[in-house]
Design a binder for this molecule. Structure first.
Ligand SMILES: [Zn+2]
Length: 94
């Protein structure tokens, strides 16, 4: 995270909601939600859930150098666009 109240937090990106420009990051921005009683949980109650964050606040941490990576884009031979770390050249998963 590079901004907002979660600055400095690191977590795995679980879901990216591209069209909304948001992402869900594991362990970040947990919200408690009140849940109405249902068949699954007859008692209802509170569940903890990661809430989506604005993706603009996210920064990829390179698995190899462990730093917040500067991301570059390049194309593979088959035309696939991939992201890579500008520090070490390591290709990034997401
Ligand atoms: Zn790197």
């Amino acid at each position: 995270m590079i901004g907002g109240k979660f600055r400095g937090k690191r977590g795995k990106v679980l879901t990216v909601l591209t069209e909304r420009g948001r992402a869900i990051v594991e362990g970040v921005n947990i919200v408690k939600r009140a849940v109405k009683p249902s068949q699954k949980g007859p008692q209802g109650g509170l569940i903890e859930k990661e809430a989506p964050l604005p993706a603009a606040r996210l920064m990829v941490v390179c698995a190899k150098c462990g730093e917040a990576a500067r991301i570059g884009h390049r194309f593979l031979e088959d035309g696939t666009k991939v992201r890579y770390c500008k520090h070490c050249g390591e290709q990034l998963e997401k």
